[in-house]
Ligand binder design. Structure first.
Ligand code: SF4
Length: 197
């Protein structure tokens, strides 16, 4: 098996046709951010703006995420952000189980390269595909799950907060839990000292 490198990851995503989602897209959206960050965010899939620009979380939901990070004094360029699927599902529908499973190879590769200590799962699709189908975002958001030494917390996807601003209070509580976990693990200052891509 070849050594996993960022070059191999980018090449594999660029060439991938393992599910039908690549048909009709403008750009694949592998993810971006600080390659040395201990903190990783995983969302669902690219939206329209992300598909146009080839970058994750740059549309309205991404801008809200940036503001949420700023609220706990985390610069967005010090974290790594990606999605469960790297191609935009038509009309922003939820990726099917088969599509998410097909794209998991890429997510595994980038997680192996980043080696995050903390992962925030944005929304139900990211949470179920990472922690298991029994996860319920309304019940389990804000809880910490430890998997092989990595701390993971599901929270609402920012697009859900745009649709239902009443959820913002709970999302803010989750951001505070994230800040507390980073401080508890001694990682908060590491993120300030990271190196943006
Ligand atoms: Fe490949 Fe993932 Fe795109 Fe499907 S969504 S074609 S698995 S890169």
């Amino acid at each position: 098996m070849p050594e996993i490198t960022w070059a191999l990851f980018r090449q594999q995503v660029a060439a991938c046709a393992m599910c039908p989602l690549h048909e009709g897209i403008r750009n694949k959206v592998p993810g971006q951010g600080d390659l040395n960050s201990p903190l990783m965010f995983i969302g669902e899939g690219p939206g329209q703006v992300e598909d146009e620009e080839g970058l994750a979380f740059v549309g309205p939901a991404g801008q809200l995420l940036t503001r949420m990070l700023a609220a706990i004094s985390l610069p967005r360029d010090r974290v790594y952000i990606c999605n469960i699927v790297k191609c935009r599902p038509p009309n922003n529908r939820v990726p099917t189980e088969e599509e998410a499973a097909a794209c998991k190879l890429h997510l595994r590769m980038q997680t192996a390269l980043i080696r995050p200590k903390v992962i925030v799962l944005l929304g139900s699709t990211a949470a179920k595909n990472t922690l298991g189908p029994e996860i319920r975002i309304t019940r389990d958001r804000g809880r910490w799950f430890e998997r092989k030494g990595v701390w993971m917390m599901p929270t609402y996807h920012p697009s859900a907060l745009l649709r239902d601003p009443a959820k913002k209070r709970e999302a803010w509580e989750d951001m505070q839990r994230l800040r507390d976990k980073l401080m508890e693990l001694g990682l908060y200052n590491d993120i300030y000292g990271g190196s943006p891509e």
